[in-house]
Design a protein around this ligand. Structure first.
Ligand code: NAD
Ligand code: UDP
Length: 337
């Protein structure tokens, strides 16, 4: 049974991936500082899997905490590093906080991994590393354009650190997520909004539930078919499975060091308006909206060329946007209760 350290595992994607890890027979060790989460998703993971989660509250920037954890948990076979601040909008308001948290977490974690000779590492990267790419669908060899937000810049810098540090004996996969949405089919875990991440799907479901009067669509004058931004929305469960395949990929490789980046997206560009209408079509629930100003830091359009993940990792998106919107809605109804 492989022991995998999951940082940020009390959060949205980390909790869904922890479920998949447990169900696939891995032994996750989960850490989180609860800056943007609490214990509720850990409880949800335990309900879904029937297993107690090996959870430790702590900060990835805290070297002493990590050293103690690596000592007491025995050999750790690999790390999946989700812990980060993730909101594009907030990062524009608080750029130094984003740089400090996201970059220092990575540096301290790598240092401690090296000390304990833990070499396999999966990094939560993002399509924001591409900035506004010249060609879409974008593939992994596209040059990084200037990041539109400090958040995107932290992901670019982290990837650069990882690319440079592979010589230190690390075996690294960066997964460049496109836009994860939806919730676990059990409705026991899903997206919880801490702070003000202002992600689209929770805002749609909260408006549909009457928590908000109206959804504001940020910008209706982009150079896209309906004037609203295009993204590649992917079910969080499909995204979680990509981490298991990345672990298997590292297992299958004999190199002492390696660095590979993969897009994890469906390849389908969907506009904000299409998603709002898709929600109403899937659930029958209307979402009042108005078109507002553009949000600083937003990229106009980006969607993935996922061929590399398809062929090398054997990963394919299996769930539809409709599945994701229905699961997000069921999760919202649970929260409302
Ligand atoms: P999330 O906020 O739900 O989870 C991140 C978790 O990390 C939170 O529980 C938070 O408390 C924790 N954390 C933050 N800084 C920490 C630190 N220094 N030490 C310990 N814990 C810390 O976010 P998420 O949506 O699950 O995102 C997970 C990862 O995926 C992040 O790296 C994010 O940048 C990346 N990502 C997310 C999206 C998205 O749209 N959700 C898209 C692309 C990439
Ligand atoms: N968006 C919006 N209204 C909202 C939240 C988001 O119009 O209340 C738009 C946002 O401008 C972007 C898309 O929805 O075009 C996805 O934003 P999100 O924050 O979910 O993810 P991002 O692509 O920024 O990581």
């Amino acid at each position: 049974m492989k022991k995998i350290l999951v940082t940020g595992g009390a959060g949205y994607i980390g909790s869904h991936t922890t479920v998949e890890l447990i169900q696939a027979g891995y032994e996750p060790v989960v850490i989180d500082n609860f800056i943007y989460s609490d214990g509720s998703l850990i409880t949800g993971i335990e309900k879904i899997t029937g297993k107690k989660v090996n959870f430790h509250k702590g900060d990835c920037r805290d070297k002493e905490f990590l050293v103690e954890l690596f000592k007491t948990q025995g050999p750790i076979d690999g790390v999946i590093h989700f812990a980060a601040l993730k909101s594009v909008g907030e990062s524009v308001q608080k750029p130094l906080l984003y740089h400090q948290n996201n970059i220092e977490s990575l540096l301290v974690l790598l240092e401690v991994m090296k000390q304990f000779n833990v070499r396999d590492f999966i990094f939560s990267s993002s399509c924001t590393v591409y900035g506004q790419p010249d060609h879409i669908p974008v593939n992994e060899s596209a040059p990084f354009k200037r990041a539109e937000s400090p958040y995107g810049a932290t992901k670019q810098i982290c990837e650069r650190i990882l690319e440079d540090s592979f010589v230190d004996g690390f075996r690294i996969v960066s997964l460049r997520y496109f836009n994860p949405i939806g919730a676990h089919k059990s409705s026991l875990i899903g997206e919880v909004q801490f702070g003000n991440p202002n992600n689209l799907v929770p805002y749609i479901t909260q408006t549909a539930a009457g928590w908000r009067d109206k959804l504001t669509i940020f910008g209706g004058d982009y150079s896209t078919p309906d004037g609203t931004c295009l993204r590649d929305y992917i079910h969080v469960t499909d995204l979680s499975v990509a981490h298991l395949l990345a672990l298997k990929f590292l297992d299958s490789r004999k190199e002492d060091t390696l660095y590979e980046a993969f897009n994890v997206g469906t390849g389908q560009g969907v506009s904000v308006l299409e998603l709002v209408k898709g929600f109403t079509h899937a659930t029958g629930v209307n979402v009042p909206y108005n078109i507002g100003a553009r949000r600083p830091g937003d990229v106009e359009k980006v969607f993935a060329d996922p061929k590399k993940a398809n062929s090398v990792l054997g990963w394919n998106a299996k769930l539809s946007i409709e599945d994701a919107l229905l699961d997000a809605w069921n999760w919202q109804k649970k929260l409302t209760k």
